[in-house]
Write a protein that binds this ligand. Structure first.
Ligand code: PMP
Length: 438
């Protein structure tokens, strides 16, 4: 290999692992629901890239839209200026959101969307004269990106321990809802765990409601392995937030744009938050885009006087980027024309039946699913976590599956264009590979 040692620095300090097997892990092309590795293996994309390519790769209409937009308007400053694509995309996104959420602020990634949401929440209270509401409540096992805001409210200690000095002040976390002894192998939403929402009452009492700005949760915790909310849990969080003047933020970076079989998780779970964050699928992974959708109440508060709008000194060079907006339009067109959200609803029971059929495999500790997502946990080997996940990932690459394995957890979020047969084949291959692994 010709690369200079260490010039290319991968996320998550995976370099040592990677170098051992770089060739097999290098992806060189992608079409539809498949990647091709540099060794020539064609692998089914079981996580839609990183949850971000629901329409599959190299969609001809997206490719064409990118080319056309690059020729027409490749960049437009978003300070004092805008362009038609951003305005109309904001309108379309707002139309997909719950009724009272009609205003979109664009960012460029999930992490930026989360930081934007936290800043909107602080700004809102400040304008309302409740500037002492500075606390944020996240949730154990929550993932909200790698910005300082997202890391602070995130519930994964290992992600932030090196950066402890930069964490936001006044952040606390709800207990997670996942207890395998009560809910292992549940199909869809568990009925156990609704009471965990009462943990918010504890935090509200502990910190005094009047100091809390917002609660941020993923409707389904994606990055930590598809942790599905117990029935009624999100409703109860909503009630407690409303009763205490606290804003509720749904981080829908994974659950947004159809993955739950509804436009947003908000609709799937029948709960309207005050702020929704989105990213990933909105541009099908081809160019970055993220953003927040807020209620009329929040928007109107910011617009009560020009000084409030101006003091909200926040925005990114690439906010509402013309290339991203052009792709966003095509993504929404294709989703509508091809009925892809309804297709997710059709595929959900297929994935559910297939993935839960693995239950008899002795090495599996739990299987979960909702929408077009699923998670599997392996039992640790000799008390050491992670061995099976890594072995399965390697075996998958050689046997037709690109898998997302983190520790002992495998997460699934196949493209919406997958066929029922492809989902069943994916699970048959998994059975074979897991059985061989022992
Ligand atoms: N929030 C959630 C719920 C996510 O799943 C992710 C990414 N997996 C992020 C935020 C961060 O997004 P990004 O990596 O685009 O910054």
């Amino acid at each position: 290999r010709n690369e200079r040692e260490g010039v290319y620095w991968q996320p998550f300090t995976a370099n040592r692992l990677l170098r051992a097997n770089m060739e097999a892990r290098t992806l060189v092309s992608a079409k539809g629901a498949y990647y091709t590795t540099s060794e020539g293996n064609k692998v089914f994309d079981t996580l839609s890239g990183l949850w971000c390519t629901p329409l599959g790769h190299a969609h001809p209409r997206i490719v064409e839209a990118v080319r056309k937009q690059a020729e027409t308007l490749d960049f437009a400053p978003c300070f004092q200026l805008t362009h038609p694509g951003a305005i109309s995309l904001a309108e379309r996104i707002a139309d997909l959101a719950p009724q009272e959420m009609n205003h979109v602020f664009f960012a460029n990634s999930g992490s930026e969307a989360v930081d934007t949401a936290l800043k909107v929440a602080l700004g809102y209270h400040r304008i309302k004269g409740a500037g002492n509401r500075f606390r944020m409540i996240g949730r154990e096992r929550g993932y909200h990106g790698v910005g300082f805001g997202g890391m602070s409210v995130g519930g994964i200690v290992s992600n932030r321990k090196m950066f402890a000095a930069g964490m936001m002040p006044g952040v606390d976390h709800l207990r997670h809802t996942y207890e395998p002894q009560h809910m292992a192998f549940t199909r869809g939403q568990p009925t156990w765990g609704t009471h965990r929402a009462e943990d918010l009452v504890r935090l509200v009492t502990l910190h005094d409601a009047s100091t809390i700005a917002a609660v941020i949760v993923e409707p389904v915790q994606g990055s930590t392995g598809v942790i599905v909310p117990p029935v009624g849990y999100l409703q109860r969080l909503r009630e407690i937030c409303t009763a205490n003047g606290i804003l509720l933020i749904f981080d829908e970076v994974i659950t947004g744009f159809g993955r739950m079989g509804e436009n947003f998780g908000a609709q799937r779970f029948g709960v309207t938050p005050d702020i929704i964050t989105f990213a990933k699928a909105v541009t099908n992974g081809i160019v970055p885009m993220g953003g927040v959708i807020v209620t009329d109440e929040i928007y109107n508060t910011f617009m009560t006087g020009p000084e409030n709008a101006i003091e909200f000194c926040h925005g990114y060079t690439y906010s509402g980027h013309p290339m991203a907006a052009a792709v966003g339009h095509v993504v929404l067109d294709v989703m509508r024309e091809e009925g892809l959200v309804a297709r997710v609803r059709e595929l959900e029971p297929v994935l559910e039946d297939a993935i839960h059929s693995l239950k008899d495999l002795d090495v599996i500790a739990d299987i979960r699913n909702i929408g077009l997502t699923a998670g599997i946990d392996f039992k640790p080997v000799d008390g050491k976590p992670g061995a099976r996940g890594l072995a399965l990932f390697e075996a998958g690459l050689r046997n037709g599956l690109l898998l997302r394995c983190t520790g002992d957890t495998v997460s699934f979020g196949p493209p919406f264009i997958s066929t029922a047969q492809e989902l069943r084949d994916m699970v048959s291959t998994l059975r074979k590979l897991i059985s061989q692994m022992g």
